[in-house]
Design a protein around this ligand. Structure first.
Ligand code: ZN
Length: 430
């Protein structure tokens, strides 16, 4: 089994609560990875003794003031992500000298719509010059997606997966919802399942134009034949409960049908205005209700008394010029908050979790620590995953070495590539 000791970590976000800090921050830390799992976490000075070759990542390129310790002798100098580890023949532990960098869990992006065809840059451009966002734009992507071959969609999806990884995202969810026919929803679910176990059936994204005058028939299709075709490839059932999409009674019926087929519920709600999405999600025991931009006090109280995560998607507000959700109000009420990208071609065509963190801090009243937690452990909660989002023995070795001495830089240096190295299941890729 391969083993890697990452040492000389200036600041380690573990997300294992410690002394009242939910992010369990450790300074001058080390992490031992064995195979795909984390084996040990603690102060660098107490790290298990290993026979090793050392890779030194050098000083974080952006961290002039970082504490960089030079206390081990066996190293070679190299810089940043160009560093390449050497492994010896005897199965010795590889040592990665983080050079004082901050290390965080890999991002968990619990909400994306990455299987689609076409492009809506023209719509974005029009919106930025005064045309308001309307949910109907989804139908354009539906037409382009239906016209795309499996191979075209697969190649595009692979590009997005690489893009996510390069930005430090190690777990992600993908929704269907741009097929909206039995055949197309099933192939989107199948394609998504090729790249992630977190596949969500979202046949109830909008009523497609071919059913515009027959919405009851469309809901019958979603809960019947379409659900049967998609359930084998999916873990989740989702519904866009919003004016212009699906009403509360339709949404309830759709979630219940998914649950009856063994899927777990999650909801898009309260994005464009006040509505029933949050209370419906809580009543259904949904893992997450996503958007949560327009909430009344009863919505906040319902969330606070539940296991349902409020997943905030600030890329949407950024890209549609809408008011941001009030994260501070939710956190102060005791609600568990996650951040996700909602990457999709209409309302948020970014997959950058560092951007979500920067927006959450700048626009939504979250502290940098809360935002990093929400983008890692919060996303894991929203996907009901206990193997990711946390750095402690036994969890998956999904880690990000930042090109910065602290995680604060993710919000402090928006738009700057700060992901130096990503470990996914213990395997490092620059
Ligand atoms: Zn969405």
């Amino acid at each position: 089994m391969t083993a890697t000791l990452i040492t000389n970590i200036g600041e380690l976000t573990t997300n294992v609560e410690r002394d009242g800090d939910p992010t369990g921050l450790l300074r001058d830390a080390a992490v031992l990875v064995e195979g795909s799992r984390i084996a040990w976490v603690g102060p660098a000075a107490d790290a298990p003794a290993v026979v090793s070759h050392t890779t030194t990542l050098g000083t974080p390129t952006t961290g002039e003031t970082s504490p960089v310790h030079r206390d081990s002798g066996h190293r070679r100098q190299s810089r940043g992500a160009d560093a390449v580890s050497r492994e010896d023949d005897g199965g010795a532990t590889r040592v990665v000298d983080a050079g004082g960098r901050a290390v965080i869990p890999g991002f968990v992006d619990s909400h994306t719509h990455l299987v689609f065809g076409g492009d809506r840059a023209d719509e974005f451009e029009a919106r930025m010059t005064g045309t308001p966002y309307a949910a109907g734009g989804i139908r354009r992507t539906v037409a382009a997606t239906r016209a795309a071959s499996d191979e075209e969609l697969r190649i595009r999806l692979a590009g997005f997966v690489a893009e996510l990884h390069d930005q430090g995202t190690t777990t992600f969810e993908v929704k269907t919802g741009y097929g909206l026919s039995v055949h197309d929803e099933a192939r989107l679910a199948r394609l998504a399942a090729e790249v992630t176990p977190e596949v969500t059936f979202l046949g109830a994204h909008v009523v497609p134009s071919d059913y515009a005058e027959r919405r009851d028939e469309y809901v019958d299709l979603v809960v019947g034949e379409m659900l049967r075709a998609c359930a084998p490839h999916s873990r989740w059932i989702d519904v866009f409960c919003e004016r212009g999409a699906f009403a509360a009674d339709e949404s309830r019926r759709i979630l219940a049908a998914g649950v009856a087929h063994g899927l777990l519920p999650r909801v898009h709600g309260n994005q464009l205005g006040p509505g029933d999405g949050v209370r419906l999600a809580v009543a259904a025991g949904a893992a997450s209700v996503d958007h949560c931009t327009y909430l009344d006090d009863a919505d906040v109280a319902a969330l606070a008394g539940s296991d349902t995560v409020a997943t905030l998607l600030p890329g949407v507000e950024f890209s549609t010029r809408q008011p941001y959700p009030d994260a501070r109000r939710l956190i102060d009420a005791g609600v568990t908050v996650a951040l996700a990208s909602d990457c999709n071609p209409g309302s948020s065509f970014t997959s950058s979790m560092p951007l979500m963190i920067a927006l959450a801090v700048r626009e939504m009243g979250m502290t940098p620590a809360e935002a990093v937690w929400a983008a890692t452990a919060g996303g894991a909660r929203a996907l009901r995953r206990d193997d990711v989002g946390v750095i402690e023995p036994g969890r998956r070795a999904d880690l990000v070495l930042l090109g910065a001495p602290t995680r604060v830089h993710l919000a402090y240096r928006p738009g700057v590539p700060l992901i130096d190295r990503v470990f996914k299941d213990g395997v490092a890729r620059a």
